[in-house]
Write a protein that binds this ligand. Structure first.
Ligand SMILES: Nc1ncnc2c1ncn2[C@@H]1O[C@H](COP(=O)(O)OP(=O)(O)OP(=O)(O)O)[C@@H](O)[C@H]1O
Length: 590
């Protein structure tokens, strides 16, 4: 059995035995850890995985806690019904807040979470129906099939059960197509959108999911304490949950458990020990915890679970059985225009980065886009792929006007790309990185992923990604982390990711930069093979040897303007091109 499996077994054994073996006071602490960890699992998905920092997680716990407090005490509802009601209310509140705030970028989003975190706290405190700041008492215990969870040991099992389900669901989600798209969100929206993921919808979904986990934790909290007031749902506590996530390792689900356990147990220990050591009853434990957080941020910024990962590394990704082939897209017949750029213009303020550029790429062709640094090649790529819309002019893919379409829609028409500055996910395996390219070929959404009902599709995506890795010669390293690859191999992995999408049009932005001589020859051979298979390729590249011997035609740009077009021989013979880019001493082998 592997190290990870032992850890899992240990966790299950601990959850089964500790509530029986520990003294009651410590069992209550265990329950507190489980409730906090459930909230923090949501925060890990939101913040650590998807890169959306929230200080307001405690407020959603409050929504779940107050819903059950009010409905059980004032309307006599069964707690299991109020769990569902709390999740409904939380979904609605989170969806409204998410739709209003999740388009914000940078530090505006965390600031917005602070704003609504404070607002919800005051809604709880200032509503007489919610008991104001004195709160709601007399919340009944939870019971199921005649068993009442009023005993701390029984309640601990209930809390651990919910935590276990939360962890399993989160792990399932992370090993799915949706989970990979969520991970891509952490670096911004460009990569996820480039492979067809609707990033705003995913942000709202993960926001609601994380709020739901907090809401369930709030429901548990209310029935454990049998009393609620606004204090445990305020901004301070929201910040504390964020500390737990960061301390444990915000990118790891088990980090949520580790961070919650360490912070809660340490606070308890310090509350005991510090008054004896310092001879004062003042709350110095918060100061000590603050120092601890600073030390962790300084010396283990990826959290304590990341250290554990190094000690017991995850095994290779598991290959799923029974893969069915994904439907293969039909490629356009040879000679059909795949890409038409028609008088494209892109201005950034007063600068014309692309000025009246027109060209066509036909099916089964490799066309090179060349020009000196700053000529506007990457900007043109961004116009074609929908990263930036053109100021004027038109871009058509397979005859369809895509000038104003978002990147994800353009991708779904059959366009896949690589990036000038490699944009991979270094902590993920090569296989997982390549699978990101297949996002648009899958269908399973968040709910299916949480329940692992998408395994057939996932198996097919794995096979498509493995085939793409094989095409670029990286199949033997499928289980390796992308961060372990040399730059040249990372570029090949980006090509594999694009190939997993089975595009009709492949856009390569400087794919040979960083490749060694032999690797460049292999890249040329690969691109030739792809052309033979009917793929259409537009390549930006500075390596003239590679370009001139590979492409069917060239488009040359200079200072945003089109300079020349033609076969490699025609372009090499063009005096203006020689002067602006190739240099006068280039051999002309017409
Ligand atoms: N977002 C932006 N805002 C303002 N100016 C930009 C932006 N993106 C590109 N530019 C400018 O547009 C011009 C063309 O840049 P671009 O990156 O497209 O050139 P390039 O041909 O790809 O160059 P290189 O070969 O160095 O990658 C440059 O002057 C650049 O500074």
């Amino acid at each position: 059995m592997k190290g990870r499996a032992w850890l899992g077994l240990l966790a299950v054994a601990g959850a089964a035995l500790l509530p029986l073996l520990l003294p009651v006071f410590q069992v209550t602490l265990l329950t507190n850890v489980a409730i906090a960890a459930l909230t923090v699992v949501g925060l890990v998905l939101l913040t650590g995985v998807s890169g959306l920092t929230s200080f307001g997680q405690a407020a959603f716990m409050g929504v779940g806690a107050y819903t059950t407090a009010v409905l059980t005490t004032q309307a006599g509802w069964n707690p299991w019904l109020t769990l569902v009601a709390g999740m409904g209310v939380t979904s609605a509140v989170a969806a409204i807040l998410g739709l209003a705030t999740l388009r914000m970028q940078g530090h505006y989003l965390p600031l917005a979470t602070i704003a609504w975190g404070i607002s919800l706290y005051y809604v709880f405190g200032n509503s007489p129906q919610l008991g104001g700041f004195t709160g709601v008492r007399g919340i009944p215990p939870i019971s199921l099939f005649g068993l009442t969870f009023s005993d701390p040991r029984a309640f601990a099992y209930l809390a651990l059960l919910f935590l276990g389900l939360g962890i399993i669901g989160a792990q399932f989600l992370l090993s799915s197509r949706t989970g990979r798209a969520l991970r891509a969100l952490r670096t911004g929206t460009v990569v996820a959108e480039a492979f067809g993921a609707p990033t705003f919808r995913l942000r709202v979904q993960v926001f609601v999911l994380s709020a739901l986990l907090a809401s369930v934790a709030g429901w548990l909290y209310a029935h454990q304490q049998r009393f609620v007031n606004p204090t445990p749902f305020g901004l301070n506590v929201g910040i504390e949950y964020l500390f737990m996530a960061v301390l444990g390792g915000a990118g790891h689900i088990w980090g949520a458990v580790a961070g919650s356990a360490i912070l809660i147990l340490l606070r308890e220990g310090l509350q005991d020990a510090l008054p004896r050591l310092l001879g004062t009853g003042a709350n110095f434990e918060t100061v000590v915890l603050g120092v601890l957080i600073i030390l962790v941020l300084q010396f283990a910024p990826r959290g304590l679970w990341a250290l554990m990962e190094r000690l017991i590394p995850a095994g290779p990704p598991r290959l799923l059985p029974h893969p069915a082939a994904l439907p293969a897209p039909t490629l356009p017949s040879p000679g059909t225009p795949v890409l038409e750029v028609d008088h494209a213009v892109k201005r950034f303020g007063g600068l014309s980065a692309v000025q009246d550029v027109s060209f066509t790429v036909n099916s089964g062709e490799i066309v090179g886009l060349i020009g000196p640094n700053g000529a506007g090649k990457s900007t043109l790529f961004n116009l074609i792929t929908g990263v930036n819309p053109a100021t004027s002019g038109m871009v058509r893919i397979l005859g369809r006007d895509v000038t104003r379409l978002p990147a994800r829609t353009i991708h779904r028409l059959g366009v896949a790309r690589t990036f000038q500055h490699v944009r991979l996910f270094p902590e993920l395996s090569l296989l997982e990185n390549a699978m990101m390219g297949g996002y648009a070929r899958g269908r399973a959404g968040m709910a299916q992923s949480l329940l692992h009902l998408e395994r057939r599709e996932e198996a097919a995506l794995q096979q498509a990604a493995l085939a793409a890795l094989q095409r670029v010669g990286l199949q033997d390293r499928a289980a390796d982390r992308a961060g372990n690859l040399a730059l040249g191999q990372q570029r090949l992995l980006e090509i594999a990711r694009a190939l997993t999408a089975e595009p009709a049009l492949l856009l390569l932005d400087e794919p040979a930069a960083g490749l060694r001589y032999g690797e460049k020859a292999e890249l040329s051979a690969l691109l030739r093979r792809l052309r033979e298979e009917g793929m259409t390729i537009l390549i930006v590249e500075h390596d003239m040897d590679l370009v001139m011997n590979l492409v069917d035609r060239l488009v040359v740009m200079n200072s945003g303007q089109p300079l020349a077009q033609g076969t490699p021989a025609e372009v090499r013979a063009n005096a203006a091109v020689r002067e602006a880019y190739l240099g006068a001493d280039v051999e002309v082998n017409a």
